[in-house]
Design a binder for this molecule. Structure first.
Ligand SMILES: [Zn+2]
Ligand SMILES: [Zn+2]
Length: 178
């Protein structure tokens, strides 16, 4: 099953290329970069200074019928859902769409010092995590597993960068249905 990455307000091409390379290797799937015309201004909250991820996903659903596979929206803007101060990403459980923001994956967001390798590592983890939800996985209690929940950047860094045995077998089972 193919995976489609749709950059939206995202301009780090080197990170995008590296993400495509890593995801195709780790998931043995074909990864295509696609262009979805989404105007994020429509989903901006002036009160919060952030963008409402659930609404962005809803918009993407109306635009991506032609893509047979999982669609990850990749953005640099800061995302929220009403109950939380921010989110790294959101996914439809067992669905087609997810969204991932690298805004708070940048080390300079925390320490002021940029670190491209750390940014790539964090982005791979969170992309695998959101895809895992699309493949039907819920959060995993194993800290070695990329499906462990991350509420802050420390937790992104602590958790592993691969699926645990239990989770990968569900992903393989899911992909086997197609
Ligand atoms: Zn999650
Ligand atoms: Zn797991």
């Amino acid at each position: 099953m193919d995976i489609f990455i749709a950059p939206i307000n995202f301009y780090n091409n080197l990170l995008l290329q590296n993400l495509v390379k890593e995801l195709s290797k780790r998931l043995s799937s074909r990864i295509d970069v696609i262009d979805l015309k989404i105007n994020l201004d429509d989903f901006y909250s002036i009160d919060r200074g952030q963008y409402f991820s659930t609404q962005i996903i809803a918009e993407a659903i109306t635009l991506s019928d032609v893509f047979a596979g999982k669609v990850i929206l990749l953005t640099d803007v800061d995302l929220f859902v009403p109950a939380l101060t921010f989110i790294f990403g959101e996914a439809q459980l067992n669905g087609k769409h997810s969204i991932l923001s690298v805004c708070r994956l940048h080390e300079e967001f925390y320490s002021g010092i940029s670190n491209d390798n750390l940014l790539l590592e964090r982005t791979i983890k969170e992309a695998l995590h959101e895809l895992g939800h699309c493949y039907g996985l819920r959060h995993c209690i194993d800290w070695g597993c990329v499906m462990h929940a991350s509420h802050g950047i420390e937790e992104v860094d602590i958790k592993g960068n691969t699926f645990c045995r239990k989770c990968i077998s569900k992903v393989e089972g899911y992909k086997g249905q197609f």
